[in-house]
Design a protein around this ligand. Structure first.
Ligand SMILES: Cc1[nH+]cc(COP(=O)(O)O)c(/C=N/[C@@H](CC(=O)O)C(=O)O)c1O
Length: 398
């Protein structure tokens, strides 16, 4: 019956977790999946989340279905985080926002919407990008192309090539953009470069789809949303998928959002309705527990302030690990340039190691990175960073 079904080769990122868990090496280090671990190598529960959880637990309430769009407070939290608390478009009711099953669910609903209502559109992703971007859009029968983005040889962005490529695209083509903390390269555009990109988007009437999964891990909550708010200022139509997995450390609660900025209230209503219809036919409604945590943390002023501080502490620890790794590697291999480690932003560093070197790190040292050479810097801490740097130096020297 099912003998013709293909075997699943596994996911290049999630599959690493299983390998890592099964590895008996006492020195093993997980630099694979984009998860924030604290200085003790533990996945933290944020204090603001603990408070929210206590409020949810006492008194414990029934668990009815949520609306297809999720809790209003979850949706409001997404909107104010992305566009700014006092954004005019929020006052004018020009943003259709739904709570989703993580950022992945937001991308899926967005891809389905594009497929249904912009059937001629192709979606272009950065080269390289988070692998699941391609799988999600192709899974919704949206043709996916790649735009030039990362220059491996110079650890830089192929900016002119990228702009020239965007200028060849057709009206309503979608370009999937990382507003901050690019996955997997960590290389972000400057604000001036974003202005140039958005001017081309406007001129070519492209559809910008911005996927922000690490807001707060780059510079700060507002700076990390620069591209989003600039697009709004320019009056562009805009899709934004956001994830609370990382910055609320709520990975398994599957909390995120999808927002669509529209020109008129009537169009916002139409889009909001179809987003609901799309949710209904895929997963019907989002999970309630995570939604309630998001609602409480995002809308309680004291907890929101505490949350921002906790995200910045995670951000700063990652930045400290970048500085330390760079200095240790520079000391060990003085003739090699490691500036890229501190020029990159957010959780990831694109180390430029070859697949063979990545494999050696895994087999000989129990150090797990993604095969494309992406390292999750948040997996480093003062206890393992010298071990990792020494191992990297070993494989780089040979
Ligand atoms: C850019 C980006 N967008 C969306 C997501 C999905 O987020 P979620 O809210 O968990 O559905 C991830 C997850 N990235 C990490 C984990 C994964 O691959 O699923 C990663 O890149 O390791 C991203 O890196």
């Amino acid at each position: 019956m099912f003998e013709r079904i293909d075997y699943y080769a596994g996911d290049p990122i999630l599959g690493l977790m299983e390998k890592y868990s099964a590895d008996s090496n006492p020195n093993k280090v997980n630099l694979g999946i984009g998860i924030y671990y604290d200085e003790n190598g533990v996945l933290p529960v944020l204090d603001c989340v603990k408070t929210a959880e206590e409020r949810i637990a006492d008194p414990i309430a029934p668990r009815p279905y949520l609306p297809m769009a999720g809790l209003p407070g979850h949706r409001k939290g997404c909107q104010e985080l992305l566009f700014g608390k006092d954004a005019q478009i929020l006052k004018d009711g020009l943003v259709a926002t739904i709570a989703t099953i993580g950022g992945s669910g937001a991308l899926k609903v967005g891809a389905e919407f594009i497929h249904d209502w912009f059937p001629q559109a192709k979606c272009y992703v950065s080269d390289p990008t988070w692998g699941n971007h391609i799988a999600i859009f192709e899974g919704s029968d949206v043709e996916v192309g790649k735009y030039p983005y990362y220059d491996k040889a110079n650890s830089s962005i192929k900016f002119d090539e990228m702009i020239a490529f965007f200028e060849t695209l057709n009206k309503n083509d979608v370009i999937l953009l990382h507003p901050c903390c690019h996955n997997p390269t960590g290389m972000d555009l400057t604000q001036a470069q974003w202005d140039t990109v958005l001017n081309v988007v406007k001129a070519r009437e492209l559809i910008p789809f911005m996927d922000i999964a690490y807001q707060g891990f780059g510079e700060d909550m507002d700076s990390d949303a620069y591209a989003i708010r600039k697009a709004v200022e320019m009056g562009l139509p805009l899709f934004v998928s956001n994830s609370f997995s990382k910055n609320l450390s709520l990975y398994g609660e599957r909390v995120g959002g999808l927002s669509v900025v529209c020109p008129t209230v009537d169009e916002t209503d139409r889009v909001f309705g179809q987003l609901n219809a799309t949710v209904r036919r895929i997963y019907s409604s989002p999970p309630s527990h995570g939604g309630r945590v998001v609602d409480i943390v995002m809308n309680d002023e004291t907890l929101h302030e505490q949350w921002v501080g906790e995200v910045y502490a995670m951000r700063d620890r990652i930045k400290a690990m970048r500085l330390k790794l760079k200095s240790v590697l520079e000391a060990k291999i003085p003739n090699r340039n490691f500036d890229y480690i501190t020029r990159q932003n957010g959780m990831f560093s694109f180390t430029g190691l070859t697949p063979e070197q990545v494999e050696r790190l895994q087999i000989e040292f129990g150090i797990y990175m993604v095969s494309n050479s992406r390292m999750c810097v948040a997996g480093l801490n003062t206890s393992n960073i010298d071990y990792v740097a020494n191992a990297m130096a070993d494989v780089l020297k040979d």
